[in-house]
Design a protein around this ligand. Sequence first.
Ligand code: AMP
Length: 394
Amino acid sequence: MKIMAVNAGSSSLKFQLLDMPKETKLVSGVVERIGLQDSIFSMKFNGETHKEIKNIKNHSQAVQMLLSKLVSLHIVSSLDEIQGVGHRVVHGGEMFHDSVIIDDEVIASIESVNDLAPLHNPANITGIKAFKEALPNVPAIAVFDTAFHQTMEPVAYMYSVPYEWYTKYGVRKYGFHGTSHKYVSLRAAAMLDKPLNQTKVIVCHIGNGASLCAVKYGKSMDTSMGFTPLAGIAMGTRSGDIDPAIVQFISEKENKSLDEVISELNKKSGYLGLSGLSSDSRDLWEAVERGDKKSILAVEKQAKMIADYIGAYYLMLGGCDAICFTAGIGENASETRKLVVDRLGALGVELDYEQNLTRGKETVISKPSSNIKLLLIPTNEEVMIARDTLELIG
Ligand code: AMP
């Protein structure tokens, strides 16, 4: 059975067609610059990349183009072969604890939390509607970034602020990257050869966006992102945790609106802000090699924040079996993994420096004598989306 996993952004559409339940990837690709001049359609299939540049007006047109390519390249003999479409949806508020089959009521519920994810949810809905228009009889499923974290208890998700902020406006920690944290914790249990319901792990999803998650017996107990993805550890362009009073202080000093200051915390901070060079980990490590002091500070600051969260989650979980690294940086930047693990000596964690040079492949990167296993686990959100889709339409 063929299932499409979709991640729609405001001007982009990422897709992957999977053969289920084998979980094999048939094609993957992305349409970028939708609605702008010279949109880019690119699709990987059979080791080749098919690229086309033309104006693609909207998501509906992008979906039409994708579907007709699947037929013209004989990836499917007819569109009837696609039996389900799974959509990544960023915010499910407190309503969605799991993936669901999309109907009008679900769309209305997703729209009702649009103000919690004003950039993402409307874009996700655009993707859902575009596929519904093109494949009206194919069931569509929503897989929420927030759902996995709905198992957190109030002591983890409540902020210590006036309680009415929560009851009136839903101000609480929601957490994100849930699909990735869930996938990695499942793989970790398999690598540890332990039942999931006896496994405690800390997942470090470190990509351009980054968050940690404490997972006990398969359930999220706490996570570092918060009400929005701005909280937690320093990221490519996001600050992570800061004293909130800085917002007002900078707004007054620089004569900027709150919107502008928050935008700088989202788009001009983290790696980019401290280094003044780049938000990309590869650029930073090149600069570190040259001895660039601000880049050294940027990567060390992030590693300290990651290690501090690991320490807190280790205590909260009452110990753990494994610490897992995933996403662009976690899977590839052995330098960052080393910086983090160097700070974990008190936990009796020992890195295997040879194994740590591995990139992008499931690997145990700790020494056998290490108190806690260190695992490199490439994430796979598309497989999770396809699994949930298969289960719900099954
Ligand atoms: P993601 O958001 O998960 O796609 O991760 C993006 C981040 O991963 C960027 O900072 C990239 O520089 C980083 N990244 C990807 N590949 C590598 C690599 N081979 N070495 C170091 N960093 C990498």
